[in-house]
Design a protein around this ligand. Structure first.
Ligand code: HEM
Length: 388
């Protein structure tokens, strides 16, 4: 009998055969392990994303939610509260002028890639992507330098869940508490001494006299660190994994770096890091012969919608010329990712500089250690060897 357990190591390692069965045979599937419905077809996911009144985020959007987040952050509120938060935070993003970060991002990428010139084999995550990601985020958010490594470790821990209990374990909750205390101390410091950075801007952002309250500033900062470190770092690892496994596409990108932009969009479709998010039903719904009840949780399997043949012909083929319009790599609807500009700019710049130092490479291990997370999918380690 078919089952789909988003907490299982088998799904972490390769969710795509499960998704295919879900789409073809069980388009509205009750996962008893996750205790929620799973929607896997592109059209159903898009319909849900465009109907926040029925598919609410206010009970949390992570598959395994962290305490106090539901109802208090951008990703975990519905309009009109969500519109208000998004407006205030977007205002802060505009004031920081992220395009102005292009030169610093290039410099960070160059400096982080340089030491790889002397190494024949390295872990892409430890030796490149995590160092690069935290430096970029720290510059954008305005976090003090010196604590990047520990904060990254805590952010990665926060998004994991225990595959046995299918819940957050003490180590995940302790990491979350650490992050909140860390964020609180940075916010206090930025209020005393504001700079041109996101935390300074959104802790003081004001529209028509409206401001974020203390809890909103704290949880927004915590969420941005988590979203930035895990979503961006995880996606960069997935992108390098694709480049390693598709040498022809990589050669084209090395010869013509402008193609990286298309390759990034195709990776966001083909095997993005942000695989599944959840919503809570606000009314009963009949779908594909199933009765879903108000109050039930629903998993929107973006990673599956992105492989739906009805939307993307030859969906299982990684094709950097595809230009996959409407992919779900950044979600959609009112909760579409707010970090797309900085994410696209960062990955493209990082890979351009990486390819200047390491143009030809292969994956060392066949099997990768996948992160145990019901929401995200990315390897914990990605050893690459240069090809001479
Ligand atoms: C390639 C990297 C990234 C990917 C793949 C990604 C993916 C996503 C996805 C799928 C969502 C939708 C969640 C949902 O449907 O509930 C989302 C939301 C969000 N992302 Fe990203 N993200 C990335 C980078 C970033 C960065 C760098 C930031 C901030 C610095 C960021 C900030 C956010 C925020 C604040 C939301 C919530 C938006 C809302 O609910 O209105 N993301 N992201």
């Amino acid at each position: 009998m078919f089952s789909f357990d988003p907490y299982s190591p088998a799904v972490d390692a390769d969710p795509f055969p499960f998704y295919k069965t879900l789409r073809e045979q069980h388009p509205a599937f009750w996962s008893k392990e996750a205790n929620m419905w799973v929607l896997s077809r592109y059209a159903d996911i898009v319909t849900a994303l465009n109907d926040w009144q029925t598919f609410s985020s206010a009970k949390g959007n992570l598959m395994t939610e962290l305490p106090n987040r539901a109802g208090n952050t951008l990703g975990t509120t519905d309009p009109p509260r969500h519109d208000r938060l998004r407006g205030l935070i977007q205002h802060a993003f505009m004031r920081r002028n992220l395009e102005g970060l292009a030169d610093p991002i290039r410099e960070i990428a160059r400096q982080t890639a340089a030491p790889l010139a002397d190494q024949d084999q390295f872990d892409f995550i430890t030796d490149f992507s995590s160092k690069f990601t935290v430096k970029v985020l720290w510059a954008a958010l305005g976090l003090p330098s010196g604590d990047e490594a520990i904060a990254r470790e805590k952010a990665v821990m926060m998004v994991q869940s225990d595959p046995v209990t299918r819940a957050k374990g003490p180590e995940h909750l302790a990491a979350y508490n650490w992050m909140q205390e860390y964020a609180a101390s940075v916010i206090a410091e930025r209020r005393k001494n504001p700079q041109n950075d996101l935390i300074s801007h959104f802790s003081t952002a004001e529209i028509d006299g409206d401001r974020l309250d203390e809890r909103e500033v704290l949880l927004t900062t915590t969420t941005l660190i988590m979203a930035g470190v895990e979503s961006l770092g995880g996606f960069m690892a997935m992108f390098a994994y694709n480049m390693a496994d598709h040498p022809e596409a990589r050669r084209q990108c090395v010869a013509n770096p402008a193609l990286l932009a298309d390759a990034i969009e195709e990776s966001l479709r083909f095997n993005t890091s942000a695989q599944r998010f959840r919503r809570c039903l606000q009314k009963d719904l009949e779908l594909h012969g199933q009765t879903m009840k108000a109050g039930d949780f629903v998993c929107l399997a973006y990673g599956s919608g992105n492989r739906d043949e009805r939307q993307f012909p030859n969906a299982d083929v990684y094709d950097i010329t595809r230009k996959p319009k409407g992919h779900l790599g950044f979600g959609g609807g009112v909760h579409a990712c707010l970090g797309t500009v900085i994410a696209r700019l960062s990955v493209k710049t990082a890979m351009e500089e990486f390819h200047k130092v390491v143009p030809d490479y292969r994956r060392v291990a066949d099997q990768l250690p996948w992160m145990p997370s019901s929401t995200f999918r990315s390897p914990m380690r990605l050893d690459l060897a240069k090809v001479h």
